[in-house]
Structures are given as structure tokens and as C-alpha cells.
Design a protein around this ligand. Sequence first.
Ligand code: LMR
Length: 334
Amino acid sequence: MQIHSLLLGAVALAFSATAVAQQPIVIKFSHVVAADTPKGKASEFFAKRAGELTKGKVKVEVYANSTLYKDKEEMEALQLGAVQMLAPSLAKFAPLGVKEFELFDLPYMFDDYKELHAVTTGPVGKALLQKLETRGLVGLAYWDNGFKVMSANKPINVPDDYKGLKMRIQSSNVLDAQMRALGAIPQKMAFSEVYQALQTGVVDGTENPPSNLYTQKMHEVQKYVALTNHGYLGYAVITNKKFWDGLPADVKTALDAAMVEATKYANSIAKEENDKAMEEVRKSGKSEILVPTAEQKKAMKKALLKVHQQMADRIGKENIDTIYKATGFDPSKL
Ligand code: LMR
């Protein structure tokens, strides 16, 4: 009898050990935008490929639209290990201790995705991801969103039009300086709160790539959308270093491969997603689309260039110079 129950116990133990061994490693991937956006789609793509390439050893659960955490909370959750992956916009890394990521927010720094990629895949981009390791994080990739438009309830064509407008921004001091250079009053605010803040008049306007504007229905509460393309918004995919370093080698290799694929995918759809979103905004007829003339664009550039110098201490003059070289940006030509 005793032997029998011992045997039973051993069998039960063996079973639960196998069950434990077969439990997939769960990666909670939290983000703040809609599923139907470049980041939303890329995170789903990564989840699918991570499952396939690890043969089910990893299960990535994607939580879109701030359903799990808002901007600030998701950063804390990652550091505490409550989630394992995020893709915050590059404007949101100062609280993590790497404020130099804000160089991507510099107005009119990048003319197109090609110039942008010259930086993300070059020494500056690589060094920034590397720097995250000193903060207990691993930077896995850069994912594109796109170039930002401005919106408000009055026409915004030239710097003067922004005077006194309360403009929602992400938590970047470069963006703060940008709005101040236009005479606007910047208001840092979590992404999940923007629609309501626009609707109730807590802020007058905002900036974002069309994919975010459209999927959050911001255009329904903004009378004007100006196609300024004055700055870039993209992401760094990050994970908790302790978690990442603790993964079995074969799992890590497979996840790296899934991330390479997801990054290619993200960057291949970003422009089209934004073009489509802008087309939807246009079709909706809810807001008037303003296309800046060459003169208006020049005036905006002139007003905003000083932000590059103002922020040189914060993000590193040598970083700015390296980017000027990589993109062929010539401030004297403005
Ligand atoms: C914002 O807060 O406007 C963006 O960072 C949202 C996002 O993740 O694209």
C-alpha cells in the first residue's frame, strides 16, 4: 500500500514536471496604439513568428491600445517584470535614463525614411540601443511609424498661427522646445488621454503620424490637419535584460530571428499605413486638410531650426553632427 502510493506520487510528480517543462514562456507585449497601426500590426506579426520559430515554446500576448498599461506605467511594468516587451516611441525614453533618443524628435531633421534608417542602422542608432543595457533593458530593434502632421481647430499654416495654442506632446523635452519655438504651449500627456483632451478642449491641438491620428479618431475632434511632416515618430522595441538573459539560448536565437522579420515587416508597411490613414481622414471630410506652400514650409523650418541648437546639450552635439553628416542635412541652407 505504501509502495503503491509512493509510486503514484512519483508518477504524479513526473507528470507535473513534464507539464511545467511544456508550459510556454509567456511574453506580454504591451503598447498604447490601436491594433490597426504599423506598431499594432508589427507586434502581432512578431507574436505569430515567435510562436512558430520557437515551436510553441514562447507565447507572445499582445495588449494594444493601453489596455494593460498607459505610457508611464508600461515603462515601470517592464522594469518590474510585469510585462516583458514594449515598443515605446523614441520620444519617451528620457524617464528610462536615455534622453538622447529625443534626437529623433528634432524638427525637420529627417526628410524621409531613408535618411532616418541611415541613423538607426548607423553608429548613433546602435549606441543608443546599447546604452539601454546600463538601465537593465535590451534594445532589440527600431520600428518605423512615420512623419507627423499637426492638427488644431483653427488653420495652422505658419508659426504665427500656433501662438498661444495648447498643444499635446509626448514626454520629450525636444518636442516641448519645438512647440515653444512656435509660440505654442506644450502639454505633456499620455497617448490614451489625447482624444478626450482634444474633445473637451483641455488642449487645442496635437501632432502625430496620420496612422495614430486616424485610428484614435482625433480628426473627428480637430477641424484642421496640416501636412507639415515636420518630424518623425518611431519606436524602439525593448525588453527586460534580466528576463532576456535568462532565456534558453535556442529560444533567444529564434526570437532574434522573429524580431528581424518583424522589423522588416514593420518598416515595409509603415509608409503605406500612414498614406492609407491620411486618405481615410481626407475621405471622412471631418477635418480640412492643409497642404503647406513652399513659403509656409520655409517659415516653419526657419522658426524650428533653433531647436537643434537649443537641444544640443541634452542630446549631444556630436550626435547631432553625426546625423547631419549621415543625412546630408545642411542647416545653413534653410
Ligand atoms: C504618442 O504618444 O503620441 C505616440 O507615442 C503613440 C505611439 O506609441 O505611437
